[in-house]
Design a protein around this ligand. Structure first.
Ligand SMILES: [Zn+2]
Length: 159
């Protein structure tokens, strides 16, 4: 476990004993109580067995906890019984590829590049959390509804 990290109420943490991610709801008398992203049965864990989620784990947790995304998914797959979402601990990739000829995807990809490099953002700084949101938007194709509040203008193109 990294020494500069400790479970915090309201933040995500991963239970190292079973690799489940959850939001820390309470920290009481040496026990942490977590709930799965998007809701579910609370479980207890020892705080020293919690670890910081990776960027991937955090991004997936955010996807589950956003109701707009799951609603968009369930309408697209209408007619099928919906099995519980069980994702492998190691997801193949969080680098969704923009769909060709989709303006929203291209826009999100441009901003993802800008946030990662700091080139074209308003303050010239990188913002990896915002870049992850761009990836979520690309994966959210066809963007009904859109999940991120991306700037409407394209990033400024500076060499
Ligand atoms: Zn798209």
């Amino acid at each position: 476990m990294a020494h500069d990290w400790a479970p915090t109420t309201g933040k995500y943490a991963v239970d190292a004993t079973n690799d489940r991610i959850g939001e820390v709801r309470r920290l009481l008398e040496g026990t942490a109580y977590l709930v799965p992203p998007g809701g579910g049965r609370e479980w207890a864990a020892r705080p020293d067995q919690l670890r910081k989620p990776t960027g991937e784990e955090r991004a997936r947790a955010l996807t589950w906890s956003r109701p707009v995304v799951s609603r968009a998914r369930s309408t697209r797959h209408r007619g099928y019984p919906e099995p519980p979402v069980v994702l492998p601990v190691r997801a193949p990739s969080l680098e969704p590829v923009p769909v060709q000829d989709c303006k929203v995807c291209a826009h999100a990809a441009a901003w993802r590049r800008a946030y990662r490099t700091g080139k074209g953002t308003a303050d010239g700084h990188t913002d990896h959390s915002a870049a992850l949101d761009c990836s979520l938007e690309i994966r959210n194709h066809p963007h009904e509804p859109r999940v991120t509040g991306l700037p409407t203008a394209a990033p400024a193109l500076r060499p």
